[in-house]
Design a protein around this ligand. Structure first.
Ligand code: GDP
Length: 183
C-alpha cells in the first residue's frame, strides 16, 4: 500500500485509523477507498499497514493516511501508538454479525481512552449487500451513533457503496475542524 507518499505537494496530511472486530471488512474498505480494489480472500499479514489517498476537499489537497490494524485486533494487541496523532477514526461493524455491533462499545471506549479528544469518529455498518443475513437493523446503528455523537453510514466494500462517501465525510469534518482552529 502507498508507495507514492511524497509524490505531490499537499496542504495537509491526515492520519485516520480503522478499527473494529476481525472480519468486518476493514482492510477491504481501505483498499476500496485507496486503490478501488476488493479482495475476497484477504488474509493480511500481522502488523500495521497503511493506505494513502490524495483527495481534494474544499479546494485543498489532502493526503489521507489510513491505518489498518492488519489483524492485530484478534490478539487485542493494538497499542496506544496505533491511535497516536490520529485525527479521525472509522469504527466498523458487520451488519450480518450482531456481536461485532455489540463490541462497538468496547472499541469506542478504547478510542476515547487512547485517541485525541476531538477525534472525528464515523460509525460504519459494512456489508450492506448481505441484507438477507442482516442481524443489525440500520436504525439501530443510527440511533447508537446519534446517542454517542458519531457520524453514521452503511457501506458495502464489495459493491462499492458509500465507501468513498464515508471516508470523505470523515476527512471533510477533520479539515473543517483544523481550518477553524488555524483561523
Ligand atoms: P478485516 O479483518 O476487518 O480487515 O476484514 P477483511 O477486509 O479482511 O474482510 C473480511 C471478509 O469479509 C473477507 O472475506 C471479505 O471478502 C469480506 N467482506 C469485506 N467487506 C465486505 C462487503 O462489503 N460485503 C461482503 N459481502 N463481504 C465483505
Amino acid at each position: 500500500m502507498g508507495d507514492d507518499i511524497f509524490d505531490e505537494e499537499c496542504d495537509y496530511l491526515f492520519k485516520a485509523v480503522v478499527i473494529g472486530d476481525s472480519g468486518v471488512g476493514k482492510s477491504n474498505l481501505i483498499s476500496r477507498f485507496t486503490k478501488d480494489e476488493f479482495r475476497i480472500d484477504s488474509k493480511p499479514t500481522i502488523g500495521v499497514e497503511f493506505g494513502y489517498k490524495n483527495i481534494k476537499v474544499r479546494d485543498k489537497l489532502i493526503k489521507a493516511q489510513i491505518w489498518d490494524t492488519a489483524g492485530q485486533e484478534r490478539f487485542r494487541a493494538i497499542t496506544s501508538s496505533y491511535y497516536r496523532g490520529a485525527l479521525g477514526a472509522m469504527l466498523v461493524y458487520d451488519i450480518t454479525r450482531l456481536s461485532t455491533f455489540v463490541n462497538i462499545k468496547k472499541w469506542l471506549h478504547e478510542l476515547r481512552e487512547f485517541g485525541n479528544e476531538d477525534m472525528v469518529i464515523i460509525l460504519v455498518a459494512n456489508k450492506s449487500d448481505l441484507s438477507h443475513s442482516r442481524e443489525v437493523e440500520k436504525e439501530e446503528g443510527k440511533v447508537f451513533a446519534e446517542k454517542e455523537g458519531l457520524c453514521f453510514m452503511e457501506t458495502s466494500a464489495l459493491q462499492n457503496l458509500n465507501v468513498e462517501e464515508a471516508f470523505l465525510q470523515m476527512i471533510t469534518i477533520i479539515h473543517d475542524i483544523i481550518s477553524q482552529k488555524s483561523l
